[in-house]
Write a new protein. Structure first.
Length: 274
């Protein structure tokens, strides 16, 4: 599948964006503190859809300008879809990307045909979680990205015996560590502040009536299935898939299940042929 890398100006920054395929746009929004590469296993979806896979502001090859809020990242995503002349898109975000997708649906509803929210939550941080982010940002400033990789990598993947990732777990962990360590310290610190300041989206999401697929790894230690069950309870057109033997990185750990679920969901929503 041919793919292209673009550099697109949005607002006061420039985003590096990978595109592939044609047809209905599928915007893939990465987690913290990663970049577009976490969606590498979704490449086959380019046989069916137009993939738009940015490095969000400050991350990956976008570099440069640090994020100041999740709302700003959502506005970047809306401007990116406009710059690429995309009609309403399927917006898929994982964890931090899921927070951005929620804000995109609320702030720019005309840009969103459907949502896929993976391994994320609607609630704001608790006071303890916010304090832990402040502490982590300080440590990253002192020690570097390594301390963030040490803290996060062991919690990203499913750990049960027989987990789908078992065979490739070491390779996946190594790739995630490299991805975390290539993100600029200033971006990590700014994103931690933005994540800690994000509002609770439960009430706004009650009014988001686009077809929504919620996906979560059964062994997600960061945003456990209960988070997506809470979203299911409030979102008017949501359905939930809990993926066995997957952790926080469901699209990487169970790519065949994830990709099939997206295509089946779009077919059922009459957005894409079965
Ligand atoms: C992520 O995976 O994007 C982060 O863990 C989200 C968060 O820290 O809230």
């Amino acid at each position: 599948m041919a793919s292209s890398i673009h550099r697109i100006g949005v607002g006061d920054t420039v985003l590096a964006v990978r595109t592939a395929g044609s047809g209905l746009p599928l915007l893939l929004l990465h987690a913290f503190p990663l970049d577009h590469a976490m969606w590498c296993e979704q490449e086959p979806l380019a046989d069916h859809l137009r993939l738009v896979v940015p490095d969000q502001r400050g991350f990956g090859a976008s570099g440069g300008t640090e994020p100041t809020s999740i709302e700003q990242l959502a506005d970047d995503a809306a401007a990116l879809l406009a710059a690429l002349h995309c009609g309403p898109a399927v917006v898929c975000g994982l964890s931090m990307g899921g927070y951005v997708a929620q804000h995109l649906a609320v702030r720019h509803p005309d840009r969103v045909a459907a949502l896929v929210l993976a391994d994320t939550r609607l609630e704001a941080d608790t006071a303890e979680a916010r304090a832990a982010r402040v502490d982590l940002a300080t440590k990253v400033g002192r020690v570097g990205q390594r301390i963030l990789a040490d803290a996060m990598v062991p919690r990203l993947l499913a750990g049960s015996p027989g987990a789908a990732a078992a065979a490739g777990r070491a390779a996946l962990e190594a790739a995630l560590r490299v991805a975390i360590e290539r993100q600029p310290v200033a971006t990590i610190q700014a994103a931690l502040a933005a994540l800690g300041a994000r509002p609770d989206m439960t009430e706004p999401l009650r009014r988001v009536a686009v077809p929504t697929l919620l996906v979560v790894g059964a062994e997600d230690a960061i945003t456990p299935p209960a988070c997506m069950e809470a979203a299911l309870a409030v979102m008017p057109r949501a359905r939930l898939l809990v993926v066995p033997h997957a952790g926080h990185m469901t699209p990487l750990e169970a790519p065949a299940v994830f990709n099939r679920a997206v295509l089946e969901f779009l077919a059922e929503a009459a957005l894409h042929p079965a």
